[in-house]
Design a protein around this ligand. Structure first.
Ligand SMILES: [Zn+2]
Length: 112
């Protein structure tokens, strides 16, 4: 007579999870770089940036926004800092007024 007690509890992971994920646009990537971000000329090849972004000649860790006419530091996250600047209220308002000026110019030019 042999009594074998099999008391194994097998946990089956719930693998049948059908998740219909819609568009999740929040992806926070933490990049801890020791060195400071510097201005990259390739950013200017983007037509969107080239409309307002300029290189700061005296300090490569800064960028110049010609729309707002101000310098801001980009040494923390580089392109991220620029995107942060774009989201500022000041820049939004300056962009609006700049576009209004552009419309005037286009109006003027279309007169021919
Ligand atoms: Zn700006």
């Amino acid at each position: 007579m042999s009594s074998s007690s099999q008391d194994e509890i097998i946990e089956i992971p719930n693998s049948s999870s059908s998740s219909t994920s819609s568009s999740s646009s929040s992806s926070s990537s933490k990049v801890n770089k020791r060195y400071q971000s510097k201005f990259k000329k390739e950013w200017l090849s983007h037509s969107y940036f080239s409309t307002f972004l300029r290189e700061c000649k005296t300090d490569q860790t800064k960028a110049l926004c010609i729309t707002c006419n101000l310098q801001f530091s980009i040494k923390n996250s580089g392109l991220g800092d620029i995107n942060n600047h774009i989201r500022t209220k000041k820049h939004q308002e300056c962009t609006k007024s700049a576009e209004a000026n552009m419309c005037k110019i286009y109006h003027y030019r279309c007169f021919c």
